[in-house]
Ligand binder design. Structure first.
Ligand code: ADP
Ligand code: MG
Length: 253
């Protein structure tokens, strides 16, 4: 996508679970070349919003457009194939498999090209291509030197990077990350931020949910703040930091 192209547009997206309004007519957009943060207290509706725009959950109202086409109602695989890839908050790598296998297999399953059994029956040429692509993504995030180690050998920070490489294996235009810095040590957070900045420099756009304010402030171009299912504000990190409403939401005062 050309820099500045409108990639993702959420128009008044809504999700109710029984009587609970988890996401209450939230609108925001992501343009090519941006890193956008989605922040807010626990239960604000951030993960649900991710599930809505990536097609994992159906909408109760509103519309989602990706690269100029309406995508709500499409299965998440089809949205992924159009260039929107995501990580999940609690999805783990397979610890016994190598880093390279995790990326190759994860990438294959995400691509929507086929099932696991189809993958196990793939021919030599396909297999070589799959592993070459996985290798390329691992180089991109600086983990190629550890690709033959079992994923379970890696510390949490590098494991998070492998999850990102897996999401990159489908060559997305937009990457959605749900709490990528959760549980990481400061050094690991800094390394992760450096990788995300580098990916941005390569033309990737990123939408990330994050709890860690410092991490988001130093990394994003714009921030959407959610509280109780609604959009509280949308602004630059400086604007968000200066907002009394945002402070109140976080400090509960
Ligand atoms: P966040 O990611 O900001 O912490 P979530 O999007 O996970 O918030 O949740 C928003 C609200 O929706 C919470 O009150 C949560 O309990 C509720 N919720 C999320 N998923 C479901 C579900 N599948 N069924 C019922 N309620 C849900
Ligand atoms: Mg969440």
């Amino acid at each position: 996508p050309a820099a500045g192209e409108l990639l993702l547009e959420a128009k008044a997206v809504r999700k109710t679970f029984g009587g609970l309004v988890a996401v209450n007519d939230v609108s925001f957009s992501v343009h090519a070349g941006e890193i956008i943060g989605l922040i807010g207290p626990n239960g604000a509706g951030k993960s649900t919003t991710f599930n809505l725009v990536s097609g994992v959950l159906g909408l109760s109202g509103g519309e989602v457009h990706f690269r100029g086409q309406r995508v709500d109602g499409l299965p998440s695989r089809q949205i992924a194939r159009r260039g929107l890839s995501r990580t999940f908050q609690h999805v783990k790598l397979i610890p016994e498999m190598t880093v390279l296998e995790n990326v190759a297999i994860g990438g294959y399953l995400r691509s929507g090209k086929g099932t696991l059994s189809a993958m196990l029956r793939r021919n030599r040429a396909e297999e070589r291509q799959l592993f070459a692509e996985a290798h390329k993504q691992l180089e991109r995030i600086g983990l190629a030197d550890r690709m033959f180690e079992p994923a379970g050998n890696l510390a949490l920070g590098p494991q998070r990077m492998v999850e990102i490489a897996r999401a990159l294996a489908t060559d997305p235009a937009l990457l959605l990350l749900d709490e990528p810095a959760a549980g990481l040590r400061l050094k690991e957070k800094q390394a992760l931020a450096a990788v995300l900045r580098q990916l941005k420099g390569q033309g990737l756009s990123i939408l990330l949910v994050e709890h860690d304010m410092d991490f988001v402030m130093g990394l994003t171009d714009r921030i959407v703040v959610m509280e109780f299912g609604t959009r509280l504000m949308d602004g630059t990190p400086a604007e968000v930091q200066a907002s009394p409403a945002v402070r109140a939401a976080y400090l509960g005062t």
